[in-house]
Design a protein around this ligand. Structure first.
Ligand SMILES: NC(=O)c1ccc[n+]([C@@H]2O[C@H](COP(=O)([O-])OP(=O)(O)OC[C@H]3O[C@@H](n4cnc5c(N)ncnc54)[C@H](O)[C@@H]3O)[C@@H](O)[C@H]2O)c1
Length: 263
């Protein structure tokens, strides 16, 4: 596709949790579409490695250390990005997940399970959006914010109650912010991935689980991080200039199926 149609050439995209997994997939696809990229991650070495790869694609890049659970760290991340790359147009709020917890039945849930998962997903996304919107407005520019939700935020998954609630919260937050920020030229959208074959997920899943997830999907494969990157490129691009408040489900059609009971 012509880069001019996307309107992304020379734009700067910031990806939280961009060192690995879905964040890295989004960063790579946005770089291919013409963006310069800031990789913001708790893992500084990982961020530097991904930033170097992007530099190798003839794009400008920066690695920024951040802990998105801390508002002061988010503010510093935005300052460092604008300083290093000269502008900021697109923010992908991607950090999230189970924060080291195992899926846990609701009746066995602990305060730590609930609080860690809500903090790293809903709370972090809320305050990232807040600081990003303020940064766009202070610089007198519009922008595009893309939040990473999950299919688990749309339909229930056994053992993931705080995660599902946080991801559903992100979908609603996306709608509210789209409404409030449209007058400033800021679009806010979300992506809801199904199970994605990230490095970590592939490592964690037993071979049998992997096959079962692939088999249950109408497309007979797991999503790739680049599948999510494709949706991010669309939402960030000029092609989506009238699209705001939406969540794109990227799931190979699995949400159209009825979960089968265990045999
Ligand atoms: N992988 C999946 O199957 C899947 C499915 C649906 C939704 N998601 C969502 O996609 C997003 C990315 O998931 P993933 O599987 O690619 O994750 P991942 O664990 O592979 O990568 C997460 C990245 O975030 C960084 N990170 C973690 N905590 C951080 C913090 N507090 N501050 C800054 N950086 C931090 C990590 O260092 C890592 O580089 C999450 O929001 C997750 O909930 C993932």
């Amino acid at each position: 596709m012509e880069q001019s149609l996307l309107g992304l050439s020379g734009k700067v995209a910031l990806v939280t949790g961009g060192a690995a997994g879905i964040g890295r997939g989004c960063a790579m696809m946005l770089a291919r579409a013409g963006c310069n990229i800031a990789i913001a991650d708790l893992d500084k070495k990982g961020a530097e490695k991904t930033a170097r790869e992007i530099h190798g694609m003839a794009r400008r890049s920066a690695a920024v250390e951040v802990d998105v659970r801390k508002p002061e760290s988010i503010a510093k991340m935005l300052e460092e990005t604008v300083k290093a790359l000269g502008r900021l147009d697109i923010c992908i709020n991607n950090v999230g997940g189970l924060t080291g917890h195992r899926p846990t039945a609701f009746l066995d849930a602990t305060p730590a399970f609930f609080e860690d998962v809500i903090n790293n997903n809903l709370r972090a996304t809320y305050w990232c959006c807040h600081a990003e919107a303020k940064s766009f407005i202070a610089r007198g520019v519009g922008g595009s914010i893309i939040n990473i939700s999950s299919l688990a935020g749309i339909r229930a998954v056994q053992g993931l109650s705080p995660y599902g609630a946080a991801k559903a919260g992100i979908i609603n937050l996306t709608q509210n912010l789209a409404l409030e920020l449209a007058p400033y030229g800021i679009r806010v959208n979300a992506i809801a991935p199904a199970t994605t074959g990230t490095e970590k997920m592939t490592e964690r899943m037993a071979k049998g689980d992997f096959k079962a997830v692939e088999e249950a999907n109408p497309m007979k494969r797991l999503a790739s991080p680049e599948d999510m990157g494709g949706a991010a490129v669309y939402l960030a691009s000029a092609l989506a200039s009238y699209v705001t408040g939406h969540t794109i489900v990227v799931d190979g059609g699995v949400s159209l199926t009825t979960p089968r009971p265990a045999p």
